[in-house]
Design a protein around this ligand. Structure first.
Ligand SMILES: Nc1ncnc2c1ncn2[C@@H]1O[C@H](COP(=O)(O)OP(=O)(O)OP(=O)(O)O)[C@@H](O)[C@H]1O
Length: 313
């Protein structure tokens, strides 16, 4: 194993009923990284995650976590990671502190160590003021934070966060993001699945995009955005009737197809670069076409997602 790699996924495949849903997937996750797995519904994310967390056996390939093989050393490997989303095991009638103490003892901590760890986690996750409240009175965000705290009792090296902020409001999501970033500062490596591209963009050092069980691309958020093309020009015309002639002008200058919807025209500024924008404005003016608005937009992860994946057929 390369010492910088905490997770090594090597040529993994899995079929259900003769249908291959994970196809020869390989990637590494480096120490201290937030690595995000993205893909449309049915892409194979959950199946991959289950294989990485020893819940499912791959048909082919190997996965190692911190140097331990998930198949050969299943029991040992489970000491290396924790998975969030275990709230079903949390007791609603008990307080946050009591829940943490129970899980700490289940993790083999002495009463004294369990108490210290519970205090540490309650304070790290900003739950100290609600520590004695029964869980049934907790909001969704408090619950998620407690869930994350519970999964950290054993100080795992690797943390699998499966859609950690689904259903949370924007403020609570931000709190979770801060908690996740803090974990990385403290030395954890994080494997994150999310349905929010903004979340991956904001948190992930690298992203793997999969579709129909196959690896589509892997890289930093910026690298992925560059792959779908550089910046885009968006022009909104004052009058929709000019759309056809404006399209001809813009396509000629950009030397690329331009898409039109209502009064807006969008084209990617490829090789001609930003200079082309002045040429376009001059030519539109010569043709007496007036515009309401002009934007130069960098591609977003949404663009990457839509251009590179197909999703369910
Ligand atoms: N136990 C199973 N038996 C049969 N088919 C399965 C099983 N588990 C998953 N599949 C199929 O494997 C494919 C991948 O499913 P998976 O749940 O891994 O996708 P996903 O990317 O997690 O999707 P979502 O975003 O919708 O959760 C799907 O076509 C799904 O129907």
């Amino acid at each position: 194993m390369n010492n910088d790699n905490v997770i090594e996924v090597n040529k993994i495949s899995k079929s259900f009923d003769n249908k291959e849903v994970v196809k020869n997937i390989s990637f590494d996750v480096r120490r201290g990284e937030i690595f995000s797995l993205l893909g449309p519904n049915g892409a194979g994310k959950t199946t991959l995650l289950k294989m990485m967390t020893t819940l499912l056996k791959p048909d082919q390939g190997t996965i190692s976590l911190n140097g331990f093989d998930t198949i050969e050393q299943g029991q040992r490997v489970r000491q290396e990671f924790s998975v969030t989303g275990q709230s079903t095991t949390i007791d609603e009638d008990l307080s946050a502190r009591e829940n943490l103490l129970i899980f700490a003892k289940l993790n083999g901590l002495s009463s004294k160590d369990a108490k210290t760890r519970a205090d540490e986690l309650l304070s790290d996750f900003d739950l100290i003021n609600s520590a004695e409240q029964a869980l049934s009175t907790f909001s969704g965000g408090m619950r998620r934070r407690l869930d994350l705290a519970v999964s950290l009792i054993g100080k795992p090296h690797i943390l699998f966060l499966d859609e950690p902020t689904t259903g949370l409001d924007p403020r609570t999501r931000l709190q979770m993001w801060q908690a996740i970033q803090k974990l990385v500062e403290q030395g954890s490596t994080i494997f994150l699945t999310t349905q929010y591209l903004e979340e991956a963009d904001r948190l992930a050092d690298r992203i793997a995009l999969i579709d129909h069980g196959k690896m589509i691309t892997i890289g930093t958020p910026d690298e992925l955005k560059q792959q779908v093309g550089g910046m885009q020009l968006r022009i909104e015309l004052s009058d929709q009737k000019d759309a056809k002639s404006a399209k001809v002008i813009i396509q000629k200058v950009l030397n690329q197809p331009v898409s039109v919807s209502d009064k807006s025209l969008v084209g990617s500024i490829g090789d001609p670069g930003i200079k082309s924008v002045t040429t376009i404005l001059d030519e539109l003016q010569n043709a007496e076409i007036s515009i309401n608005n002009l934007n130069i937009e960098s591609p977003s992860l949404d663009d990457v997602f839509f251009k590179m994946t197909v999703g369910k057929n």
